[in-house]
Design a protein around this ligand. Structure first.
Ligand code: SF4
Length: 502
């Protein structure tokens, strides 16, 4: 072949007329996306016309493409830059999510504490105070404190939880003036009415584990620890009743639940969703089992592959939409986060679903002894004997020192999607993000390779399913439901896309 006959670009590419966009094929149409989070579906003919510069003033879609930044003619660059900056404001926000591991004591399958405190198994009051002092250095106007345990129950160290909440409020009144939020992840094994009343009175949001209907939940709790289904339901009802009696806004004040998805769950998607509806829960968070938190023997019994999980997800999402069409109000959390990015021109700033990832810059985690990590997952890696994510001690670090730490910089660089092969050209880039710490766990390095990355497959599958639904112009009812789901994400700015069930 004569090399001069090779053409590497379409013969009629009007490059100077085009804005920067990425593209792919979804639902039989051409999908364009760009860094302002805009998207448009085109026919093949429209795509050809766009590339050839034949979509100009007077064309039926010119105004839309101009407004979205897909063509340069009359493009308002300042307005576009403002939209891009808004979607990336998380890089200027400062650490806002602080995850405290209050105890290393877990609970056995009967729900009882495994062992009495050994002194250094629990975080001390003094460490809690140091964390508060560090956290309030942030320039973020909101600060969320999340209380967790290594495995099991942070309420086993209730004294330090209460002290930290009260100390944070007092210090914030004196010095910082920020909006504080508190969230407890509990398996309820140490919950009492007295504790529940204190949590309610002190505006601590509560997240519990609910793994499905009674049989499934109780079988999962048999190896994971925590309380039986009937007791979880009793506490969900207790908090719901008390919030109502106190006149709290139900949209802001309701118990939240997390789901552990095992192999058995994959064939029980409808039953699990029906259980969440029956308990009055408004959001379900479908997420795969975290390989890091499960030993090899247990994984052999309850684990599964990515394709099995994605089949489960697709079926569950379709069933949830069916329920919504019949008037049920239940949204899926990951879909809601991605829909905010697709439909609102905003980005909720969820630390592990943004570019760059917010580990160390949006989120900081603390071990019981005051050691500092860029995320709770990094703390778990350290607990397994790999110290590469250890940043130092809370007594010796400043917030600036953490954000500028070489490890945090490496994480940011490894998760900047514009720099990564595949991501830089992927139509899903404006709606995506991944965790270098999870890459390290699963692939042995921070960057990893996208074809071997679980999150890449998961995020692509979810975005594709959502865009397939949005592309169906004949189904405006579903599009309206998906728009409504963006409203179910008011607190996402303080949260993870991936949340370990307690
Ligand atoms: S992680 Fe995968 S889905 Fe996300 S932007 Fe990169 S290539 Fe696309």
């Amino acid at each position: 072949m004569d090399r001069r006959s090779l053409t590497l670009a379409p013969p009629t590419l009007a490059a100077d007329d085009l804005g920067f966009f990425r593209w792919g094929r979804v639902a039989g149409k051409v999908l364009l996306t760009n860094d302002a989070g805009e998207h448009a579906f085109l026919s093949e003919q429209e795509f050809d016309d766009l590339l050839a510069g034949r979509i100009g003033e007077g064309h039926g879609r010119f105004d839309e493409f101009q407004r979205k930044g897909f063509v340069r003619d009359g493009w308002d660059l300042d307005a576009f830059a403002t939209r891009v900056a808004k979607r990336n404001r998380h890089v200027r926000r400062g650490p806002h999510l602080h995850v405290l591991c209050l105890t290393q004591r877990g609970t056995n399958p009967a729900g009882a504490p495994n062992a009495a405190g050994q002194g250094d198994d629990d975080m001390s009051r003094e460490t809690g105070e140091q964390i508060v002092e560090l956290a309030l250095q942030t320039m973020s106007p909101t600060v969320t404190f999340e209380f967790r345990a290594v495995a099991g129950e942070p309420l086993l160290n209730l004294d330090v939880l209460r002290h930290t909440v009260e100390f944070a409020r007092a210090r914030n009144r004196q010095a910082a003036g920020k909006t504080l939020r508190f969230r407890l992840f509990t398996n309820l094994s140490a919950m009492t009415e007295e504790t529940a009343e204190w949590l309610i009175a002190n505006d601590v949001h509560v997240t519990v584990s609910l793994d499905g209907p009674a049989g499934l939940h109780d079988r999962i709790r048999a190896w994971k620890g925590g309380i039986q289904h009937a007791d979880v339901v009793r506490w969900i009802e207790y908090f719901g009743r008390r919030y109502a009696e106190l006149g709290r806004d139900a949209a802001a004040w309701h118990i939240e639940a997390l789901l552990t998805v095992t192999r058995e769950t994959l064939s029980a998607g409808r039953e699990v969703i029906d259980e969440y509806v029956a308990r009055g829960l408004r959001v379900i968070h479908l997420q795969p089992l975290n390989r890091l938190r499960v030993d090899a023997d247990t994984w052999a019994r309850v684990g599964y592959g990515v394709e099995e999980y994605l089949d489960f997800y697709r079926g569950a999402l379709a069933y949830m939409l069916d329920l919504n069409r019949r008037g049920v109000q239940l949204s899926e959390r990951l879909a809601s986060i991605i829909l905010v990015k697709m439909l609102t021109g905003d980005d909720p700033g969820v630390v592990d679903l943004q570019s760059p990832c917010g580990s160390g810059t949006g989120e900081i985690a603390y071990g019981v002894d005051g050691r500092v990590f860029p995320s709770d997952e990094a703390r778990a890696v350290s607990a397994m004997g790999e110290p590469m994510f250890d940043l130092g001690d809370v007594r010796a670090l400043s917030l600036v020192g953490i954000v500028r730490h070489p490890t945090v910089r490496a994480i940011a660089g490894a998760s900047l999607l514009d720099l990564q092969p595949m991501c830089a050209d992927c139509w899903n880039k404006p709606f995506c993000g991944y965790s270098p710490i999870r890459n390290f766990i699963s692939q042995g390095d921070l960057v990893g390779q996208r074809p071997r990355c679980f999150e890449c497959k998961e995020h692509m599958a979810v975005s594709t399913q959502l865009f397939e639904l949005l592309a169906n112009e004949a189904d405006s009812a579903t599009a309206e439901i998906l728009k409504r789901w963006t409203l179910t994400a008011p607190d996402l700015a303080d949260a993870h896309a991936s949340q370990e069930a307690p």
